[in-house]
Design a binder for this molecule. Structure first.
Ligand code: 4NP
Length: 160
């Protein structure tokens, strides 16, 4: 294997880091693995809040991913100022997350570029709806958004 010189580091961020962002991370990891890019892109996820630090993803996210052949392997953590130094791109699941991320970025010396995740959804932008108080159908909708967003997201990362 050759030396990897341009490893890209990307971080998916939601509020609790148990529903949306671990699913986005798992779906994107699966996508880049299928493209043979697992060694050139590093993915992680975290939350703007610290409610679920150390917790596994919500059972409904785990089940939804599993229904599509994807295993989620993550422990909840909270976004920190260091993340802006350690990641190249940060993708916010919704506008509240986006504002919270930018507020923390102002306290950081890091240069991570912050985007709304659904900028890359071919079916339109806006928020990834929070499924926490919802049903399995709401989790499936998050999966569908993540699945169809992966291609444009990868193209964007590869251009940058
Ligand atoms: P997530 O969903 O931000 O997609 O992980 C939520 C998870 C937990 C809570 C809110 C949203 N909570 O209030 O604990």
């Amino acid at each position: 294997m050759g030396v990897i010189t341009d490893m890209k580091r990307i971080l998916f961020v939601c509020l609790g880091n148990i529903c949306r962002s671990p699913l986005a991370e798992g779906v994107f990891n699966d996508f880049i693995t299928s493209k043979g890019l697992k060694n050139s892109i590093l993915c992680d996820s975290c939350g703007t809040a610290g409610y679920h630090i150390g917790s596994p993803p919500d059972k409904r996210s785990i089940l939804t991913a599993s229904n599509h052949g994807i295993k989620l392997d993550h422990q909840g953590r909270k976004l920190s100022v260091r993340d802006f130094e350690e990641y190249d791109y940060i993708f916010a699941m919704d506008k509240n997350n986006y504002e919270d991320i930018l507020a923390l970025k102002r306290k950081s010396v890091g240069n991570a570029k912050v985007h709304l995740y659904r900028e890359f959804d071919p079916k339109g932008n806006g928020d990834v709806p929070d499924p926490y108080h919802g049903t399995m159908d709401d989790f499936e909708e998050v999966y569908e958004i993540c699945s169809r967003t992966s291609k444009k997201l990868l193209e964007f990362i590869q251009r940058g």
